[in-house]
Design a binder for this molecule. Structure first.
Ligand code: GAR
Length: 191
């Protein structure tokens, strides 16, 4: 059994997609053990309540350093024997504390074809640039923003002029690609 922790800051649609993929056995032999959120208003919390997934809000402002904050998260995760951490719209760069504790076991989804359009506005940045090929990337997490070895990518052409429409398309690709990439990571670990 693979124990998954998910970290989110906002809406939580990827969190929900991963939980559904586990429940529907698209991700096999896994359980979403806990959701960690860094914003008490994150809508992901409402999704966790609905889906019956334990969640913990960790308030980073209560800690003097990012390292202390991450040590608190490690303490919270310990009883769950977490195998993989999935960042899903978690808008913080990790330090060596979490990266060392969960080496090669933390992954992230980004709504652009990395290494292009890193950051918090990947979709809008690519759209404003005039891109005609868009996509999604799932990658291992490193200590730099939206960097680390790529696990999976999916691209598609879009010639429309609606950012809303494009965002909807990107999110629907994310919700399929993230579970696929998690399966790849699980298989890799079992080798
Ligand atoms: C997703 O589009 C994810 O790719 C993006 O945040 C969104 C979270 O949506 N992440 C990044 O931009 C990371 N740089 P969600 O809360 O509905 O899953």
């Amino acid at each position: 059994m693979t124990n998954i922790a998910i970290f989110a800051s906002g809406n939580g649609t990827n969190f929900e997609a991963i939980v559904n993929a586990v429940n529907n056995k698209i991700i096999k032999n896994a359980v979403v053990s806990i959701l960690i959120v860094d914003r008490h208003k994150a809508y992901a919390i409402e999704r966790a309540k609905k889906l019956n997934i334990p969640y913990v809000y960790v308030n980073a402002t209560k800690f003097n350093t990012r390292e202390e904050y991450e040590n608190e998260i490690i303490n919270i995760l310990k009883p769950y024997n977490i195998d993989i951490i999935c960042l899903a719209g978690y808008m913080k760069i990790l330090t060596h504390v979490l990266l060392d504790e969960y080496e090669n076991r933390i992954i992230n989804i980004h709504p652009a074809l990395l290494p292009s359009f890193k950051g918090a506005h990947g979709i809008k940045d690519a759209f404003d640039y005039g891109c005609k090929v868009f996509g999604v990337t799932v990658h291992y997490v490193s200590s730099e923003l939206d960097s680390g070895k790529i696990i999976a990518q999916r691209a598609f052409e879009y010639y429309g002029n609606s950012l809303d429409d494009l965002e909807t398309k990107i999110h629907s690709v994310e919700h399929i690609l993230y579970p696929e990439a998690i399966n790849m990571v699980i298989e890799e670990k079992q080798k």
